[in-house]
Ligand binder design. Structure first.
Ligand code: FUL
Length: 474
């Protein structure tokens, strides 16, 4: 009751296509809404570790170690575009402290290396390549720095702020900024007490539209694992009071599922590498994830309302390896082929909202912002007459999240022409996107029941597919 009262108290009135609907708070900001639309993009781990075969450099590697023989950021961007990714986030500084740009605030950078006689700048090259290929550009900056002499002292927080300031001044616009929560010891054996508030305020001031990732946001949260899986229940909401990135955060379970009544809109991002490691290691050339595995990751991340941040590490020449390229293009083809035909749009199919008793085309118009208002309870809110027997093994649903995330229990029944139930599927949250896949069923009728919703349930998109049977989620 108390919760309901709060919801009503802070409710705002929205008008979408003539419908007035109070939003259920919290709701996403504009940059967050745009972030949800990104769905799938790349991470790129590159730096001294690429040349030493380490995952965590010690910070004492000689700068000359970094020497890509034919760095080609255009190759990365061209491939990302061809593979359907919408942006690239680069490790401008990993835990070893090496800066891939010539920072004024460090003496451990590309400038001190032999690469391009110290005149190279990877961050610049990639930011330009992303612009050229129409990709968003993002930056990972590790606060943990195993090289910087000031790390472990209060002055280091300002060093980190200065580095961020350089990045925004020289390589913007930055669409996403990534703060790793790792907090180990520096060269003087001390750990840093990070001034997260100062870091947050710095970005807010320099670039208010940049979305910032850390374990606990402020805009995007970690999903609680590095396997690329969001929870089957996934709230875009999180309680963050008293928490910070790193050890003092919520449990990994909470990060995986969010909080049903969380105080802030902080959606989950699934970071995962295409290889076992984050950095390139030659011995992993035959351990690249297959297109089918990547498709499964897509179902478990984007298909659960999160975004997929897939790491593609370039090799020592500065290129993406041919095995990774082949897997990425294969993955794109699988996505395109399997999601090309929404069976609810086939001739003779009719989708009915049972409140009005009328048929609707809003759910298949591919517009996230147009929606249907649904009924709750054990009877069907939506009925779909397929017109003829149709084989289906995946159903996709979306809520108009700009109105707040509402639904927490729903079920789907697939029936034959006589009304016999062939299959019943149960789900919890929907959010930006929910894809449920199951062994094929040949049905004539689909019913969708909304059994639990914080407020009036709204649905914006609905689709049914027949995907390759081997791609059905295990
Ligand atoms: C972790 C780091 O320690 C890994 O090296 C990697 O960068 C991953 C994305 O985040 O916290």
């Amino acid at each position: 009751m108390k919760q309901l009262f709060c919801v009503l108290l802070i409710a705002n009135v929205f008008s979408v296509q003539g419908q007035k609907m109070p939003a259920v708070y919290p709701i996403p900001s504009k940059p967050q809404l745009a972030w949800h639309d990104m769905e799938y993009y790349w991470f790129t781990h590159f730096g001294p570790n690429t040349f030493t075969d380490k995952e965590w450099g010690h910070g004492d590697e000689p700068e000359d170690i970094f020497n890509p023989t034919q760095l080609d950021c255009r190759q990365w961007a061209k491939l990302a575009k061809a593979a359907g990714a919408k942006g690239i986030i680069i490790t401008a500084k990993h835990h070893d402290g090496f800066c891939l740009w010539p920072s004024k605030y460090s003496t451990h950078t590309v400038r001190e290396s032999k690469w391009k006689n110290g005149k190279g700048d990877v961050v610049k090259e990639l930011s330009l390549a992303c612009k050229e290929f129409g990709l968003k550009f993002g930056v990972y900056l590790s606060p943990w720095d195993r090289n910087h002499p000031k790390y472990g002292t209060p002055e280091y927080n300002q060093v980190f702020v200065n580095m961020m300031t350089e990045i925004f001044a020289n390589y913007g616009p930055i669409w996403e900024f990534w703060w790793d929560g790792a907090n180990g010891e520096g060269p003087n054996g001390k750990k840093q007490v990070y001034d997260w508030e100062l870091f947050r305020n710095t970005i807010k001031k320099l670039s208010p539209n940049t979305v910032v990732f850390s374990d606990v946001g402020p805009q995007i949260r970690w999903v609680g694992n590095e396997n690329g899986f969001a929870g089957t229940t996934n709230w875009n909401l999180l309680n963050v009071t008293g928490f910070s990135a790193g050890a003092a955060g919520p449990s990994t379970d909470t990060l995986n599922r969010g909080n049903m009544f969380g105080e802030k809109w902080i959606p989950a991002e699934c970071d995962v590498s295409i290889r076992p490691g984050w950095f390139y290691h030659k011995e992993e050339d035959n351990k690249v994830k297959t297109p089918a595995y990547l498709f499964d990751l897509y179902l478990k991340s984007v298909g659960r309302g999160a975004n997929l941040l897939l790491n593609i590490p370039p090799d020592r020449t500065g290129h993406i390896n041919a095995n990774d390229s082949a897997a990425l293009v294969g993955f794109k083809k699988l996505k395109e082929r399997n999601f090309s035909t929404n069976l609810l749009l086939k001739k003779g199919a009719i989708i009915k909202n049972n409140i009005s008793g009328k048929s609707t085309i809003q759910l298949t118009d591919k517009k996230q912002s147009s929606f249907e208002t649904l009924s709750t309870g054990p009877t069907a809110a939506i009925t779909i007459q397929l017109g003829s027997s149709t084989t289906i093994n995946a159903i996709q649903l979306s809520e108009p999240i700009e109105q707040g995330q509402r639904i927490y229990n729903f079920s789907i029944r697939l029936k034959d022409a006589k009304g016999n139930i062939l299959k019943e599927i149960k789900g919890t949250t929907i959010g930006r996107n929910r894809i449920l896949s199951f062994p094929s069923v040949t049905a004539q009728l689909i019913e969708i029941m909304i059994e639990g919703s914080k407020e009036t349930p709204l649905l914006s998109e609905l689709a049914a597919y027949q995907i390759d049977e081997n791609l059905v989620e295990k």
